[in-house]
Design a protein around this ligand. Structure first.
Ligand code: GLA
Length: 383
């Protein structure tokens, strides 16, 4: 992929870039909707993502161009007014976040971006764009900011300036991913460890339902509110800082304090999903891929029935995978309401799985599912 954004910068602006970098998308193996409930997540960065090139200007103008939105042309704003309704809202939100954190962006710059994450696939193109922008800003303006801070600033940008109350998982995976490994992240402390995936014997296969997931217009913020309401009710009888701070036994003891049955289901998902994530990381460590796969399948069912963020297409893809030879486990991944399933498949069955699931999906829905075999990639870095 390297090479595209550098040339693009020259073609668009007619002069040389000074910084050139890449930030990956992510796939979450397990631990869904736990990151804003104080729990564990287990994502990996992908070898797909966004690259960007940039250079400072001598005035107060910021210009943005994306190869993925060529019809938008060059988007131009002044450093004093950081608003734009299109895709440039994301880099502008990051610039606003840096300013809010006390990092002064006092001169203009030119940016180009080029990504190869499939649009609307739920593989975190927005988090990749946020982390990438942060990295470019750090280099352009000489800010002293760690990779973890890039993740946190990206999340802050999304929460405050985009209006999606996401957790930190996507940005963290994009900033901190490690080649060949998944990251086990404790979202309440940001402590993390890497867990290698066996890419010799297993394949990580993503199946894109083609159903466009859209976080802002989806029920993501509602889910978050429902969890907060459940937490407030539980705190009436048992003081706890987050839902995931409760073990399953404690939850069973106090769950009736949650007045709304819907909020109770949401809380149940968060508590049990957190335990599944801890167990899955342990299973992987022990080389127990069957156990890992079983937990992935349970995670899907919980997201389908208790958290209610799946859809008919994702349910079909997960179920079909469960019935296919060589599949350890399969589940929807990311926020939900469309996007991809993640499938852990025995290497020798990866190709037949891809052919088989595409055919079944076409027969059922009349549309194509795309299949990508991915590798855990490294986090955001300069070229
Ligand atoms: C989106 C959010 C993440 C996380 C997932 C669900 O990807 O950006 O913070 O909450 O949904 O696990």
């Amino acid at each position: 992929m390297r090479g595209g954004a550098a040339k693009l910068f020259r073609d668009i602006y007619g002069y040389e870039y000074s910084v050139y970098a890449f930030a990956p998308g992510r796939v979450n193996l397990i631990g869904e909707h736990t990151d804003y409930n104080g729990g564990f997540v287990f994502p990996c960065a992908l070898n797909l993502g966004i690259e960007g090139a940039a250079r400072l200007r001598n005035d107060n103008i910021l210009r943005f161009y994306s190869a993925n939105f060529p019809d938008d042309g060059i988007i131009q704003v002044e450093t004093a007014s950081l608003r734009n309704g299109g895709w440039a809202a994301y880099p502008l939100a990051v610039i606003s976040a840096f300013s809010a954190m006390g990092y002064n962006i006092n001169s203009g710059a030119d940016f180009v971006f080029r990504g190869n994450l499939p649009d609307g696939s739920g593989l975190s193109s927005s988090a990749a764009l946020e982390v990438l922008t942060g990295l470019l800003l750090r280099e352009l303006y000489g800010f002293s900011v760690t990779a973890q801070e890039l993740a946190v600033f990206g999340q802050f940008a999304e929460n405050r300036f985009i209006g999606v109350n996401c957790g930190v998982m996507d940005q963290f995976a994009s900033a901190m991913g490690k080649k060949g490994s998944a990251v086990l992240l404790n979202s309440s402390t940001l402590s993390y460890s890497y867990a290698p995936l066996d890419s010799v014997n297993t394949a990580l296969v993503l199946v894109n339902s083609g159903v466009k997931h859209s976080l802002a217009s989806s029920a993501y913020n509602d889910r978050r509110r429902e969890c907060e309401s459940a937490l407030a009710d539980i705190n009436g009888v048992k003081k706890t800082p987050s839902l995931c701070a409760l073990g399953a036994e404690e939850f069973e003891m106090y769950k009736d304090a949650v007045k709304s049955p819907v909020c109770r289901k949401r809380a149940k998902h968060a508590v049990y999903e957190n335990q599944r994530t801890i167990d899955a990381a342990q299973a992987l460590k022990n080389g127990d891929l069957k156990g890992f796969g079983r937990l992935m399948n349970e995670s899907h069912l919980s997201l389908q029935n208790d958290y209610e963020v799946s859809c008919a297409e994702l349910d079909f893809l997960a179920r079909s995978a469960w019935e296919t030879t060589g599949v350890y486990g399969a589940r929807m991944t990311g926020g939900g309401f469309g996007g991809c399933t993640v499938n852990l498949v025995k290497k020798e069955f990866a190709e037949s799985f891809a052919v088989d699931i595409k055919q079944k999906y076409k027969e059922k829905f009349g549309t194509e599912a795309s299949v990508y075999a991915v590798e855990p990639g490294c986090g955001a870095h300069l070229y």
